[in-house]
Design a protein around this ligand. Sequence first.
Ligand SMILES: [Mn+2]
Length: 257
Amino acid sequence: MEDRELLAAAEKRFREEGRLIRLPEGKTIVFVGDTHGDREATEEVLSRFLSPDHVIVFLGDYVDRGPDSEGNLHLLLETKLAWPDQVFLLMGNHEGWAIAPFSPADFWHRLGPRRERAYAEALASLPLAAWHPSGLLALHGALPDVKQVEEIEKIQLGSADWRKITWGDWADAPGYSAGDYFGRPTFGRDYFEEIARRLSLKALVRSHQPHAPTYLFDWRCLTIFTSSAYGGTERTVAILRPGRALRDARDLELASV
Ligand SMILES: [Mn+2]
């Protein structure tokens, strides 16, 4: 597909989905962390898991850093359109270019103004989070300050909650805020506890911080990363099997791809 055609079809689909995806029970759900221009990682995930019995949720950050951002993004968008109920793409901070540009950003800087605008506008329609009825929320960064999961549907791009989801970090520290480093708001245990209680959250699955501890906050916050772009980082996915009572994030299986 031509760029323009692909982006228009993808944007239409994302708008139909809205900002909050509801994941089905009864299927194996595979969560994929940042792929960051690592097209091989995406190919490996799709070759292993793409099937009618599986749902694959990509947690954002498809471009920049790695060797083939454009190839990775095109593969993801084409697969999304071919398998709309099996593949879900969430927004990472690297897809929020229309709202909050940043640097370095090799993919965005190479596009030229016309294509930059077309890609940025299409990716601004991406969903922000995915909820599974076992009590699992998947998103790119940190939890938004909401009272119930449904409020995520109404989060405005550029708002404080949008920034928490796309740019937010976690720190193994007490308290609510653990600082704000270069536009990356960082949150501690008390903030996690409060939002988790409000949402009856058993597990948060997220990506965004390649060197964060795999588990934080009594195994309820799981960080996975699925790109070789940072050198030496193992590519990890997290798998939720159907019919399993979720106690915390340890009930997801981790696998290397
Ligand atoms: Mn990120």
